[in-house]
Design a protein around this ligand. Structure first.
Ligand code: ADP
Length: 397
């Protein structure tokens, strides 16, 4: 079975074609700047063939058609006919409280995804559009929606409610939804395998640390709390996002710092985080290089990030009343052994230690637990696309 995984953004479309027998990515690529004059499409195959197309991509329909043409192309194609695509899995950012699991897409589901755009304006509109365009191009291929929020739908009320008037929360659907659920699910399942037990009775903390970062407490294989909230702005300070701040800072900066209400979202999402603190970069490789050369603000940004990660881990150990395994994943979690080492340095009093030598790994699934540690510590590379493909296969089979 071959599954096409689509991640549609407002001006981009990323894809992977995955062979489910081998779990191998046959081809992948992305269309960027859809709707702009300099739009392009990059395509890459498993055996290293590459192509860049500069045909106009005025809408997502042309982007979908360009992707399908590249997959069947004589030079860089990986299938001989579009009939070989058995199903399409769509990554959807916001499933609200409606979608507790992945679901087969029909017209009603597409409309519901579109309606949830009130909670994720840029993303869900683009997802619904992408779904419609794929259906137009391949009307007979079943499609599945896999939501970033579904895994967190098991959180109890006390974890997902905010301290706002109850009626307002109900009417306007204000609550913690979380994000990166596909990654947290994939990684926590792997961690449970590594613990060598079934999910029942396990307590795991997954640190998904990338450009966007979130931490999830997983009990019995289910999410019970997560750091991202109504939107992916909540929780940790990130590459360019501020994370949780005193809510009173918002009226304060509007009144005193020249930030306009209409620019607030962009400001808090794009101008803050480690980028805002360091003034250097949102990328941890750049920050570490700058800090090594003595840049104090880059060092401060790194220290703040590490401190916040450690604080979340500590609070989730309390929320879970213990923990069996702490797991690091995503760009920083998988590759940055310094961040991992510093986070774990402050947890030795709780009985968690890493093996400094084993920790010197990048992008591999490894047990980095120290010899005297009571808590396991794992590095587990995430694979959201494979998880989406697996969920899609399970539903269409
Ligand atoms: P996204 O949220 O965009 O999916 P990723 O999970 O791909 O992000 O993470 C991207 C981030 O990972 C980069 O911004 C960078 O900070 C970090 N990163 C990637 N490789 C390394 C590395 N070798 N060392 C340190 N940080 C890294």
């Amino acid at each position: 079975m071959k599954i096409l995984v689509i991640n549609c953004g407002s001006s981009s479309l990323k894809y992977q074609l995955i062979d489910m027998e081998t779990e191998k990515v046959l081809a992948k690529g992305n269309c960027e700047k859809i709707g702009l004059p300099d739009a392009f499409h990059k395509h890459k195959t498993a055996d290293g063939k590459e192509a860049v197309y500069n045909n106009p991509l005025p809408t997502h329909l042309e982007a979908v058609n360009s992707v399908l043409a590249s997959l069947t192309d004589k030079e860089v194609g990986v299938i001989s006919s579009l009939d070989e695509i058995d199903a399409i899995g769509h990554r959807i950012v916001q499933g609200g409280s409606i979608f507790k699991k992945s679901t087969i897409i029909d017209d009603k589901v597409t409309e519901q995804i579109e309606d949830l755009a009130t909670l994720a304006p840029l993303h869900n509109k683009a997802h619904a559009l992408g779904i419609r365009m794929c259906h137009e191009a391949l009307p007979n291929v079943p499609m599945v929606a896999v939501f970033d929020t579904s895994f967190h739908q098991t959180m109890p009320e006390e974890a997902y409610m905010y301290g706002l008037p109850y009626e307002m929360c109900q009417e306007y659907k204000i609550r913690r939804y979380g994000a990166h659920g596909t990654s947290h699910k994939f990684v926590s399942q792997k961690a449970i395998e590594m613990l060598g037990k079934g999910p029942e009775g396990t307590k795991i903390i997954v640190c998904h640390l990338g450009n966007g970062s979130s931490i999830t407490a997983v009990k019995d294989g289910k999410s019970v709390d997560t750091s991202m909230g109504l939107t992916p702005l909540d929780g940790l300070m990130m590459g360019t996002r501020c994370g949780s701040i005193d809510p009173a800072i918002i009226p304060y900066i509007i009144k005193n710092c020249g930030v306009k209400v209409e620019d607030l979202n962009n400001f808090m999402n794009k101008k803050c985080g480690v980028q805002g603190i360091s003034g250097v970069s949102s990328d941890f490789r750049d920050l570490e290089e700058a800090a090594e050369k003595g840049n104090k603000r880059a060092q401060l940004a790194l220290d703040m990030f590490v401190y916040q990660v450690r604080k979340f881990i500590g609070s989730y150990i309390a929320a879970l009343n213990g923990v069996d395994a702490i797991v690091f994943t995503a760009g920083i979690g998988e590759n940055d052994c310094e961040v991992r080492r510093h986070v774990m340095e402050g947890l030795n009093n709780l009985g968690a230690e890493i093996d400094v030598e084993k920790n010197k790994v990048r992008g591999q699934q490894v047990d980095i637990t120290g010899p005297n540690s009571k808590i396991k510590v794992f590095v587990i590379p995430t694979n959201e696309e494979l998880m989406i493909a697996k969920e899609t296969m399970a539903l269409v089979k």
